[in-house]
Design a binder for this molecule. Structure first.
Ligand code: SF4
Length: 417
């Protein structure tokens, strides 16, 4: 009896946590294919792309060119499929293009003998829950998709469509099936996570309360949310023990004029009050910040810096503005030169890295999920979303541990066990 070797597929994931979820989702849909973690032995490579900046686009394109030279069959998925799919397909750089709507049909599409382009409408929300996660001890759960905001620099609403929420029953079913196989930590993600429920007459806070009651759920983490989305239902769960003690709330800038130019819905006065309120509850706080956006004059920058220093931030995801064709900002004048933008970025990063170090100096009890072993150290994140490195002879993979003696160093906390 001959055993036919199933074709091997490698998934290359670019971008955000939502893409990590989408990759797992597509992996879970494959039947006639074998998933490999080894790129070289794969005949087919599914590129789950990101298109948030021109830089992200070129990174994906370079990868595809490299794998084309290695003779791989490339299937193009993710946000780039919606914005660049047709172009790469017409250039025969990719064998297949799979839009967000078509991810659930990936098995059938990969069986196609002929090149294909399947984009479909970006209004859909796949209903099939993820049953397991490959190589991970925490699970990313996509609770919503798309965005109704219109930030001037952002292409995502065009790539992911309007905001729409996953059915609450699907989310509960997904988390329940994952707790049944031992998962305890869940990261709720989406394109604009905080807009969950708007289209279903509910809200993120109400969902979190329900999810926390699922047997086996130990800790819930959240993707990035918007300041304007911290409502009463969310405030009700702030002191719950199952909620991580870290929140990432995207402000993008700290000068009111810049926030208007960027068409942001938040304003600095309210943001500062919100961050002070959350910090007083003991939260570690992170944010997003774009430096060097067109219009960021020296005067605006100096004012933004003064305001930025008032924020009790411990984590920062900041980057230099990167033009994205198809956005409003791409046609704006008053460009900020690159080296100025880079030095402004450095200034913000050093402020927050010092804040983070000071925050970790305040010795406290840490609850850690060990995610992997790196060299001599086991490593994972505590409830404040700070990394810890543990030296021990025990096997701690995937274990939950409590730490109250540790040394805070610049790159993280260290402890021996
Ligand atoms: S909130 Fe703004 S930055 Fe975030 S995805 Fe929506 S449009 Fe883009």
């Amino acid at each position: 009896m001959t055993i036919t070797q199933r074709p091997k597929v490698f998934f290359k994931t670019f971008g955000c946590r939502t893409n990590i979820y989408d990759t797992e989702f597509m992996m879970g849909r494959l039947k006639e294919f074998e998933i490999t973690n080894n790129e070289c032995e794969a005949g087919v490579i599914v590129v789950n792309s990101c298109t948030v900046t021109n830089g992200a686009d070129s990174g994906v394109r370079n990868y595809i060119s490299r794998q084309n030279r290695n003779g791989k069959k490339i299937i193009f998925a993710g946000c780039g499929a919606e914005t660049r799919g047709a172009e790469l397909f017409s250039q025969t750089k990719v064998f297949g293009v799979i839009g967000h709507k078509e991810k659930e049909n990936i098995n059938e599409l990969l069986l196609s003998p002929a090149p294909f382009q399947k984009l479909g409408t970006i209004t859909a929300m796949p209903k099939q829950p993820i049953k397991t996660y490959h190589n991970r001890c925490k699970a990313f759960i996509k609770i919503q998709e798309g965005c109704d905001f219109s930030c001037s620099y952002c292409i995502i609403p065009q790539a992911r469509g309007k905001a729409r929420s996953q059915d609450e029953s699907n989310i509960i079913e997904e988390i329940t099936s994952l707790t049944n196989i031992g998962y305890k930590e869940f990261v709720l993600t989406g394109t604009n996570t905080g807009s969950y429920g708007k289209d279903k007459g509910t809200a993120l806070g109400a969902l979190l309360k329900k999810l926390s009651k699922i047997n086996g759920v130990k800790r819930i983490r959240l993707g990035s949310i918007e300041p304007v989305q911290i409502d009463e239902s969310f405030r009700e769960i702030l002191n719950e023990s199952w909620l991580e003690r870290h929140l990432h709330i995207a402000i993008q800038h700290t000068d009111e004029r810049m926030l208007k130019i960027m068409r942001r819905r938040n304003n600095f006065k309210r943001d500062l009050a919100l961050f002070e309120e959350l910090s007083s509850l003991g939260f570690a706080l992170g944010t997003d910040f774009i430096v060097g956006h067109p219009g960021e004059s020296e005067e605006i920058w100096q004012n933004a810096l003064v305001n930025f220093k008032k924020l009790p931030l411990t984590h920062l995801h900041a980057f230099c503005y990167s033009k994205r064709d198809g956005t409003l900002s791409a046609n704006m004048k008053q460009i900020v030169n690159g080296s100025n933008a880079k030095s402004r970025l450095k200034e913000l990063q050093s402020i927050v890295s010092q804040n983070n170090f000071d925050f970790r100096q305040k010795k406290t009890f840490l609850e850690v999920l060990i995610e992997e072993k790196k060299g001599d150290f086991y490593t994972g994140f505590d409830q404040f979303y700070n990394r810890i490195f543990l030296k021990t002879s025990q096997d701690l993979s995937g274990k939950w541990i409590n730490v109250d003696k540790y040394e805070a160093k610049r790159e993280g906390n260290y402890a021996a066990f």
